[in-house]
Design a protein around this ligand. Structure first.
Ligand code: NAD
Length: 354
C-alpha cells in the first residue's frame, strides 16, 4: 500500500440530469433555476431542433438564436447579446456541442445569465468553467466560475443522430481530457476515478456506436463517459496534449475534435514512461502500452490518424513545434523542442507510436 498522497480538491457546483428522454425535463429545470424566459442558442445545423424545443417550451422560450460558430467569435457573441436583450430573456439554454456551449458561456460571462445546457456531443465543455473566444483571429482562453453552466441535461436520445465520424472524434476528444487528468499535477483520488471510469465507458461504447449508431445503450454509456471526462477537464490542469491541440487549432486552424483524436496516442506515448503509475489504469484498458494501445483502438474505430489528412503541411511542423514549446503547460515529462518536433512528425505521418 502506497497511501494517499496529500491533495486539494475544489468541486465544481452544477446539477446533472441524465437519461433517455430527459430533454422533457427542460421546462422543470428552467423553473428550478428561477428563469421565466430563456434564449435558446444553437448552431444553424441544429436550428430545427432548437425551434422544436422552443415550441415545446412555449412562453418559457424567449426566442432562438441559431448562429453559434466554432471558436466563439466575439462578433457572434455581440449579436447574441443583442438578441438576448431584445427578447427580454433572463437565462440561456444552449442546445448542442462545444461551439454552441461556448456561445452560452460567452453570454453568461458578459451578463451573468444563468445557463442550462443540453449537451449533444462528447466534448465536455458543459461541465467546465473554461471559455475560449476568438477576436480578430486571436483565440484566448479564460477560466471563471461564472461561465460554468448551472444545469446540464444529458439525453442520449439526442445523440443518436451524431454522425459516426463525429462520435468517434468527439469520444476521443473526451478521452484526452481524462488521460491528461490522470497525470495532472493537481489530480486527486476522485478525479482519477472519474477519468478511469470515463475512459472505460467510452472504450466500451465507441466500437458499438461505430457498428450500430442508434444503439441506445452504447449512446448512453458514451455520454456518461463524456460527462466524467469533461468533469475531469473542469477540475484539474491539462498538459502537453491540450497545449499541442490548442496550437494546432489556434495557429493552423485544424478542426478541434479530429486534432485531439489524432494527437492522443502520440502525447500519451510521449508521457507514458514519465507518468507510468498515474497512467496505469488507462494503460490496462488498452493492452498495457498506452500510446500504441490508443492508436490501435482509434484505428479500429476509424478515427483519423494523420495530421496531413487534416490539411497541415509538413513545412508547418517546425513552426508548430516552436509555438508549442513557448510557454508550455506543466507536463510530467520535460517539454523539449526536438522531442516535440519528432512527436509532431509521427502524428503528421500517422505512424504508430512505439
Ligand atoms: P461542435 O459544437 O462544433 O459541433 C460540430 C457540429 O456538429 C455542429 O454543426 C453541431 O451543430 C453538430 N452537432 C452537435 N451535436 C449533434 C448531434 N447530436 N447530432 C447531429 N449534429 C450535431 O463540436 P464539438 O467538438 O462539440 O465542440 C468543439 C468546440 O468546443 C471547440 O471550439 C472547442 O474549443 C470547444 N470546447 C471547449 C471546451 C471548454 O471547456 N471550454 C471543452 C471542449 C471543447
Amino acid at each position: 500500500m502506497t497511501g494517499i498522497a496529500p491533495f486539494q480538491f475544489s468541486i465544481n457546483p452544477g446539477r446533472i440530469v441524465f437519461g433517455p428522454g430527459s430533454l422533457a425535463q427542460a421546462a422543470t429545470e428552467i423553473e428550478r433555476l428561477g428563469c421565466k424566459r430563456v434564449l435558446i442558442v444553437a448552431t444553424a445545423f441544429q436550428k430545427n431542433d432548437a425551434e422544436a424545443l422552443a415550441e415545446a417550451l412555449g412562453p418559457q422560450a424567449a426566442g432562438v438564436f441559431a448562429e453559434a460558430a466554432m471558436h466563439t467569435p466575439v462578433e457572434v457573441t455581440e449579436k447574441a447579446m443583442a438578441a438576448y436583450a431584445a427578447a427580454g430573456a433572463d437565462g440561456v439554454l444552449t442546445y448542442g456541442g462545444g461551439s454552441t456551449i461556448g456561445l452560452g458561456k460567452a453570454i453568461a460571462w458578459r451578463n451573468d445569465a444563468p445557463q442550462i445546457v443540453v449537451a449533444t456531443t462528447y466534448a465536455g465543455s458543459e461541465v467546465t468553467p473554461i471559455l475560449g473566444q476568438t477576436e480578430k483571429g486571436l483565440k484566448t482562453t479564460l477560466r471563471d466560475p461564472k461561465v460554468l453552466p448551472k444545469t446540464v441535461i444529458y439525453d442520449p436520445e439526442l445523440t443518436l443522430g451524431l454522425p459516426v465520424a463525429m462520435s468517434v472524434a468527439s469520444g476521443l476528444n473526451a478521452m484526452a481530457h481524462a488521460v491528461e487528468g490522470l497525470y495532472a499535477q493537481d489530480r486527486n483520488p476522485v478525479s482519477s476515478l472519474q477519468a478511469t471510469e470515463g475512459i472505460r465507458a467510452l472504450r466500451a461504447a465507441l466500437p458499438v456506436i461505430v457498428r450500430d449508431p442508434s444503439n441506445r445503450a452504447a449512446r448512453g454509456e458514451a455520454l456518461y463517459g463524456a460527462w466524467l471526462c469533461g468533469t475531469v477537464l473542469g477540475t484539474v490542469g491539462m498538459s502537453l496534449h491540450h497545449k499541442l491541440c490548442h496550437v494546432l487549432g489556434g495557429s493552423f486552424d485544424l478542426p478541434h475534435a479530429e486534432t485531439h483524436a489524432i494527437m492522443l496516442p502520440h502525447t500519451a506515448a510521449f508521457n507514458a514512461a514519465a507518468a507510468a503509475d498515474a497512467l496505469a489504469p488507462a494503460a490496462a484498458l488498452f493492452g498495457g502500452a498506452i500510446g500504441a494501445g490508443l492508436y490501435d483502438f482509434a484505428s479500429s474505430i476509424g478515427a483519423p490518424k494523420a495530421l496531413r489528412d487534416l490539411g497541415l503541411l509538413e513545412t508547418d511542423l517546425d513552426r508548430a513545434a516552436d509555438i508549442a514549446v513557448k510557454n508550455p503547460y506543466w507536463n510530467p515529462r520535460p517539454v523539449e523542442r526536438d522531442g516535440i518536433r519528432a512527436l509532431l512528425q509521427r502524428a503528421w505521418e500517422g505512424a504508430r507510436p512505439e
